[in-house]
Structure formats: structure tokens, C-alpha cells
Design a protein around this ligand. Sequence first.
Ligand code: ADE
Length: 263
Amino acid sequence: MNFYVMTLFPEMIENGMNTSITGRAIAKGLLSLTTVNIRDYSVTGNGRIDDYPYGGGAGMVMQAEPVYRAYQALVENRKSSPRLVYLTPQGKVFDQAMAEELAREEDLIFLCGHYEGIDERVLEEIATDFVSIGDYVLTGGELPAMVMMDSIARMVPGVLSNQESGQFESFQGSLLEYPQYSRPEEWRGKKVPPVLLSGHHGNVDRWRRDQSILRTLRNRPELLSGAEFDKKDRKYLRALLQDEQEERLTEEEKGFLAKLLAF
Ligand code: ADE
């Protein structure tokens, strides 16, 4: 997987991506990272790449030509142009499914904006995807690009060790991950749930599945409508609804469960 990032802050991208698991993958040659400093393509000769917005208003707009030249420098001598992701709060919201889809590409270009955005005309020319990482506004597209690259990179074969790849899977099957515990058995008076010490794999699996369901109900109930439940799951859901689990559900959580069980 080859990542290309068009940015005003290449050092931010390089420092972030050359750290930890993505850094190890770059060193191993499983990923490559190329940054292009848009400022190097200033057309005024003094490194300026922004100007006032037509129609007035606050802030500055990144001009079309420096962005276009930076792009041309990246794609020149290539047979086909890779997909280009423009990071913007106005884009489609990034999720695991999108990460999986983008991980199938050989090359990806990310375009990071700053100020009040980029002249629309160059986006029409070069951007294939408009992506937001969530409903909040950041100062630039660098952190969103790194968020996307991190989650795409971990799906590239070999990037995660066997040990690392077993340990996530939140959002697989629409349920959140169950809680984890490690030594000691008792920490500041808090004990590890006894079932995890029992050595009974069937009971451990059942407990973890129940905890995933409970956690999803508490934190992200809207995800439950996309999940599939078998007989044993439904038994747990019914027990929760009937207060047999000492979990003290709120009325809202119970309402959600009741609707879920009605289907
Ligand atoms: N640029 C600024 N905020 C952003 C966001 N939430 N997602 C993507 N790009 C952005």
C-alpha cells in the first residue's frame, strides 16, 4: 500500500506515521509514505498559497493552482491516477466499511486542507472521494488523513503481527468489544470476573458475548439493529429486560431491548 499526502505540514504526517505500528510497517516496506509540500508549488514565488475568498467572508482559501501543480508532480509519469481523498467535515463519514474498501487500493492520495478550505474548482478536477472523520471541526486535514491511514494500514497483510490482529474486531458483527483483564487477579480491591479464571472456554465465550451485547446496548444501541442474535443471545437479552442480570438498565435501554426482541 502506497500512501501519498499533499499537505502544508509534511513533518506532522511523517512524524506521526513513522511511529509505532505504521512506522514498523514502513520500515519493513509493507507501506510507503510520500509527502508533498503544497507550499513548494506556490505560484507567487514567495511561498504563498492562500488568498481572500471571492464574495467576502472570514478566513483565507487555498488557491487552486498550487494544489493542482502539487498533484501533477505526484501523478506525472503514471499510467492511471490513484483515488484522491479530500479530508473535509462536509464529506461522507469514515467508518470501518470504508476503511476496508480503501484498503483494497494499491495507491491512495490524501489532500489536507487548511484555512477555510480549498478553491472548489481544483477539487472538482482531482478529488474522487470527500471524507469526514466525524461531526466536529479540526484545524486541518492532517489528523484526519492520519486517522484514515492508520485504520487502512492495519488491514494490509503483514502490518499487524498475529498477536495484534486477534485483538480488535469491534464493529465486526456490529457489536462492541468485551472488557479485558490482565494480572493481578485483584487490583486495589477490584477482582477479575471469576468466569475468566475458571478455565471453562465455553463459559468464557458466553460471558464475553453477553458483555459485548451489554456494552453495545449501553454505549451504541443503534448498532444493535444491525447485529444478528442466536437463541442464546436472545435468552440473555430477555434476562436483561426482565432484570435477572443485576445490570440495572435505564428505561431507555429497556425500551430499546423490548423493540429489539419484538422482531
Ligand atoms: N478537516 C477539518 N475537520 C475535519 C473532519 N472532521 N474530518 C475531515 N477533515 C476535516
